[in-house]
Design a protein around this ligand. Structure first.
Ligand code: HSE
Length: 399
């Protein structure tokens, strides 16, 4: 197959943009020219000569010699405008913007079809782990029961520092930010938004449903306490933030983002620091495990490079599961066993526990382990953020 010569117009030159530039410079076998880079800040010192840069997006969008737009900016609304304009102008696009893709998924799929262009975004979920391409190609005819994993490097870094090194939450988060893993607004990481956006993108390729992020329950690690870490350690577990999507029957799926206890015999136990890990369970391939760096300029840049390279030989997502249309419904009619740490009995009552298997009441902290419905968790999602509680999915299968 002949490769098209790529002339790239890039938006953004932050952590991922610079990472991509390094990766592209060191990749001997593949040539693509970054001809223009559009940035916002006119005062920042840049590592490249200023003639590469422009502050006007039109310089890229209206340049007919640029045949690929690489969008790596932080602002999801601005990114959506750039990406849709580029596609309407007949340009292929590579993006790493999970917020934009998750929020406008269906529209972006339609635009690709309508304007006969390709939008690739492997870097948007799991960074260096090629999970989207695998779901598209390897699992195109697979009966996928479920997919779960660690999809946020920042929270995994924080949890690793807390668990393995006894470092406080705020200090650990500060370090994740310094290393360039966290979002500019780290609330997106610690409250589970980022993992949820990635889960929604993956769901589109795994099951062909383009869920609105608002439909999916998410809960992060902001409220984790030393008590929770001590509890997990005493039981031999680690706590990881684990998004899940899976089938509840032939044509229905459910999904959620929750911290989860992980025992040492599980794949995810040793996925530490900024690494991500994804486990798929399927009818024919059975259980598979993918792991790799999930955040950071070079890891994310490597996935962007892979998309750029795929683009040069005309690769497009075909959204095979969407075409097949097997999965039609989304449900929150699903039971989960959780650990709830709390101090006020009124908080516990909100959860409507259906069965309780363990209960502890100490001087300040109490905990209960029991079964709740995902529907109920979703109902109290907003209240949960301000409550002095912490929830962890025990991971026990409920029959
Ligand atoms: N803030 C994200 C994370 C960056 O920590 O995973 C990679 O998407």
């Amino acid at each position: 197959m002949t490769r098209e010569l790529l002339r790239i117009g890039m938006f953004g030159y932050g952590c991922v943009g610079q990472g991509l530039h390094d990766v592209l410079n060191s990749s001997k076998g593949f040539k693509a020219d970054i001809v223009r880079i559009c940035v916002k800040d006119r005062t920042k010192q840049r590592r490249l000569p200023m003639n590469y840069f422009t502050f006007d997006k039109e310089d890229i969008l209206n340049d007919p010699s640029i045949n690929l737009v690489v969008e790596l900016i932080d602002d999801a609304d601005a990114a959506f405008e750039i990406v849709t304009r580029a596609m309407k102008n007949g340009k292929n696009v590579v993006s790493a913007n999970k917020v934009m893709i998750a929020n406008h998924f269906e529209k972006l799929v339609d635009l690709q079809d309508k304007h006969k262009v390709s939008l690739l975004y492997e870097a948007s979920a799991g960074a260096s782990i090629p999970i989207i391409r695998n779901l598209e190609e390897y699992y195109d005819n697979e009966l996928l029961y479920s997919l779960r994993g660690i999809l946020n490097g920042t929270t995994n870094y924080v949890l690793t520092l807390m668990h393995n090194h006894g470092i406080d939450y705020d200090i650990a988060l500060g370090q994740a930010r310094e290393k360039g893993f966290a979002e500019s607004d780290p609330t997106l990481d610690v409250d589970g938004w980022d993992a949820k956006f990635k889960l929604c993108i993956i769901t589109g390729h795994a099951y062909g449903l383009f869920l609105k992020p608002d439909e999916v329950f998410h809960y992060g690690i902001r409220n984790i306490s030393k008590f929770d870490i001590r509890y997990a350690k005493e039981k031999g577990f680690k706590i990881k933030l684990v998004p899940y999507v899976g089938k509840t029957n032939e044509n229905t799926i459910t999904s959620f983002v929750l911290p989860r206890f992980i025992s040492p015999d599980k794949y995810l136990y040793n996925v530490d620091y900024e690494y991500n890990g994804v486990i798929t369970e399927a009818a024919f391939a059975d259980k598979q495990f993918f792991s790799g760096k999930g955040a950071g300029g070079h890891a994310t840049g490597s996935a962007v490079l892979s998309d750029i390279s795929a683009n040069s030989y005309g690769y497009k997502y075909e959204y095979k599961k969407y075409q097949q249309g097997t999965v039609q419904n989304y449900t929150r009619n699903h039971k989960i066993e959780i650990y709830l740490r709390y101090s006020d009995e009124r908080d516990r009552e909100l959860f409507n526990f259906e069965e309780v298997s363990e209960y502890f009441s100490g001087k300040t902290d109490k905990y209960v382990i029991g079964i709740v419905s995902l529907r109920k968790l979703y109902e109290i999602q907003e209240q949960l953020r301000s409550m002095n509680v912490f929830i962890v999915n025990t991971g026990r299968k409920i029959i």
